[in-house]
Write a protein that binds this ligand. Structure first.
Ligand code: SF4
Length: 489
């Protein structure tokens, strides 16, 4: 089989969300809804996708493919193999331990046959004690089919004595540490669960007489579903066409710690998170950034597309004109060409081009969402200077990313993160820009609605990649030698 190129051949200087999940019950031809929902969630994972459905006449059906949803789940040849009125789906970047090497056996949803019937499960997040669980399960006789930590859930369910599948799932999930938003299905029930901290998102919607679960509200919009509410942190919902939504809270209650980076970058700007428009939050980050880090300049430009709302906010607050100084080639995708070394060296120019007429002679504020390795930022700065800019000032709509994420986001090792090894001024010198400023953690918290900024004793969000304050100790990684930041005295 042809090896797929990496999902982001020219975009490896970003953090990447690893999965999007979707499920539906009580609709005719569920697979069509799922394909559309996964298409709307494609930004959360591009390497592979899968759909499982169930039909009362013909049982469970499954299709798992490498590549984009639009290339795999549009033809009648595939879609007619997925009949039924209930189903779940998953898009994947790649999960911990298998980055860049996705094999079809690692593509979710996973399926298990139990004495009370079959169940399929799809997971967004990362289980931070998966290595320990896997070792224990293998020692007790489980035979794993994949390298995915999510498969642990199926094996834990198989060992549970619960009387039905939701009860077994509760048992299994109680043994997990880390971040998990899950959609699962039996022959008649759709199940949705968020971990006790609610690190990753999951929302509930209604379409006609049917019900939908999805990572983000943009996946409800595409099928015309009405947004009902977010699944609460620590909540499990069991949904059937006849009985509607039943909710319970099987885990010990904890204060929630939703991923703040969902607001900064991962979620689509047209989604609603925690009752807030993602677009509006990003625009507000730009406002905070303009207040915290003003500069004399002639033009505010976003690094498209993810820097755009923050740049609009920065321009509005600072009074500096906004302009599209960098134009993105919307059609640059993996289907374009295999990333040979020669093509790689062209790097960011394949994806972004400078609007010379606008840039020439100007003092430019460039607004981006984050700096990870800094490789792309350097190239963009060179392009802007080549185009005749008088000065380049970077303004970053997130605090310095100095720590890896262990909760379902693809992050380089800590040593590869620019902010882990350099001060802000060293980063400025390294990038070769006239100034470099990041929004502060307090500024970011204000932008997401916390008027007093971050409460260091009880932060409302997971912000570990900025603060090093991990809400769940990443036990597998600690076992492998990862050192946590010393606790503040
Ligand atoms: S470490 Fe960062 S990216 Fe990961 S869940 Fe926390 S805030 Fe989100």
């Amino acid at each position: 089989m042809r090896q797929m190129p990496p999902a982001h051949p020219f975009d490896d200087d970003k953090l990447h969300e690893e999965c999007g999940i979707f499920g539906v019950v009580g609709v005719t031809d569920a697979a069509n809804f799922i394909a559309l929902g996964l298409h709307a969630l494609q930004h959360r994972g591009q390497e592979a996708g899968g759909i499982v459905t169930h039909s009362q006449e013909t049982g469970f059906h499954s299709a798992r493919r490498m590549g984009y949803v639009r290339d795999n789940f549009t033809s009648q040849d595939v879609m007619q193999t997925l009949p039924g009125d209930i189903g779940i789906g998953h898009v994947r970047y790649s999960t911990a331990g298998s980055k860049g090497q996705t094999a079809i056996r690692d593509v979710q949803p996973f399926f298990g046959e139990f004495s009370m019937g079959g169940a399929a499960i799809a997971h967004n997040g990362n289980i931070t004690n998966a290595d320990a669980l896997r070792k224990e399960l293998i020692e007790r006789g489980s035979i794993f089919q994949s390298s995915s930590d999510s498969e642990c859930i199926i094996h834990l369910m198989a060992r549970s004595m619960g009387r039905n599948i939701p009860a077994r799932m509760e048992d299994a999930l109680r043994k997990l540490e880390g971040a998990f938003s899950v959609v699962a299905m039996t022959r008649t029930k759709l199940i949705g669960v968020r971990d006790p901290l609610g690190v990753r998102p999951l929302v509930l919607g209604q379409v006609g007489d049917g019900w939908v679960l999805a990572s983000e509200t943009c996946a409800l919009d595409i099928i015309g579903a009405e947004f009902i509410r977010e699944i609460e942190p620590g909540e499990m919902v069991v949904i059937s066409a006849n009985e509607g939504v039943q909710s319970n809270f099987p885990f010990r209650h904890q204060a929630s710690r939703f991923c703040i980076f969902e607001h900064v970058y991962f979620s689509r700007p047209d989604s609603i998170l925690g009752g807030r428009s993602v677009y509006e939050t990003r625009r507000q980050i730009g406002v905070e950034l303009a207040r915290e880090a003003p500069v004399e300049a002639d033009l505010v430009c976003p690094v498209p597309d993810s820097g755009t709302p923050a740049a609009i906010g920065y321009a509005h607050e600072s009074g500096i004109p906004y302009g599209m100084g960098i134009i993105r080639n919307q059609y640059m995708g993996r289907t374009f060409i295999e990333p040979t070394e020669q093509i790689r060296n062209m790097g960011v120019r394949l994806k972004l081009n400078v609007n010379r007429a606008l840039i020439k002679g100007k003092r430019v504020v460039l607004v981006d969402d984050s700096v990870v390795r800094g490789t792309t930022s350097r190239k963009i700065k060179e392009m802007i200077l080549d185009a005749g800019a008088a000065e380049v000032h970077f303004r970053i709509a997130s605090p310095p990313t100095a720590w890896p994420c262990f909760y379902g986001v693809d992050t380089p090792q800590r040593e590869k993160l620019l902010a882990a090894t350099m001060t802000e001024d060293e980063m400025r010198q390294h990038l070769g820009v006239d100034s470099l400023r990041f929004v502060t953690l307090d500024g970011l918290y204000r932008a997401v609605g916390e008027a007093n900024g971050r409460d260091p004793k009880a932060p409302r969000y997971c912000d570990a990649c900025f603060s090093g304050d991990y809400p769940v100790a990443p036990s597998d990684m600690i076992e492998k030698g990862f050192t946590l930041k010393p606790a503040a005295k």
